[in-house]
Design a protein around this ligand. Structure first.
Ligand code: 6GU
Length: 224
């Protein structure tokens, strides 16, 4: 899989992809993540990528030309299955969306800033608009990092048995059960006996019960 991310702040995205599972996925050749600086495609002498909005009002709008030039170049090199725009008014990111996107070959992600991108870019190029929640971030970069992480960890071969995505929260519309590690007693608090019993059937039943209880208590909406 290949993911191209278009941004005016590529340095914001270097960190999230250069450690742990995201790094290992790239080192194993399971995903290529390419960061592109939109400013490199600005043709005016000040390298501007934004301008005042028509009609007046506070806040700049990201201009069409540099974004279009960059997308045109990339589309000339390969066909994209989705061209995604990160925006607070997009479709809410849920596990199902990541499950679908992880099956794609080529994804392009455009990060917005300021008041967002010129509407004509959205109409001409964007196939999917994604928000990561009902709050406003300063730009689309952190949201793009969240979306990319949630996709990449689902690519077959990225996770091993121990980190398997099959037991993640949300994968079966249930939150994960509580987990414990050594020591068996910490400041007077004991690990539930069943987890020390060695009885795998009983352990599975306990985990299912706890997952259900936790979901009922914290996210009853998932049980609808
Ligand atoms: Cl995708 N972008 C920005 N700027 N803010 C957000 C968001 C995206 N999703 C939630 N808040």
């Amino acid at each position: 899989m290949r993911i191209d991310i278009l941004t005016i702040l590529p340095q914001l995205l270097e960190g999230p992809f250069s450690d742990s599972i995201m790094k290992r996925a790239q080192d194993k050749g399971l995903v290529e993540i390419h960061l592109h600086n939109i400013r490199d495609y600005s043709t005016n002498k000040h390298k501007n990528v934004d301008d005042y909005q028509y009609g007046g009002g506070a806040g700049m709008v990201m201009s069409c030309e540099p974004i279009a030039a960059l997308i045109d170049k990339l589309q000339g090199e390969r066909k994209y299955d989705e061209i995604i725009y990160m925006t607070p008014d997009g479709e809410l990111l849920e596990q199902d969306m990541s499950n679908t996107l992880c099956l794609q070959e080529n994804i392009l992600i455009l990060c917005g800033h300021y008041k967002g991108v010129d509407e004509r870019i959205r109409q001409m190029y964007i196939t999917k608009e994604v928000s990561i929640g009902s709050y406003v971030l300063s730009g689309g970069e952190l949201a793009a990092a969240v979306l990319t992480d949630s996709i990449v960890r689902l690519i077959p071969g990225v996770l091993n048995d121990e980190t398997s995505a099959l037991t993640d929260s949300f994968q079966d519309n249930l939150l994960s059960p509580p987990v414990y590690t050594r020591p068996p007693e910490f400041k007077g608090m004991k690990v539930p006996d069943v987890l020390l019993s060695g009885d795998f059937k009983k352990i599975e039943a306990w985990r299912e019960k706890e997952a259900y209880q936790r979901t009922k208590d914290r996210r009853p909406d998932l049980l609808q």
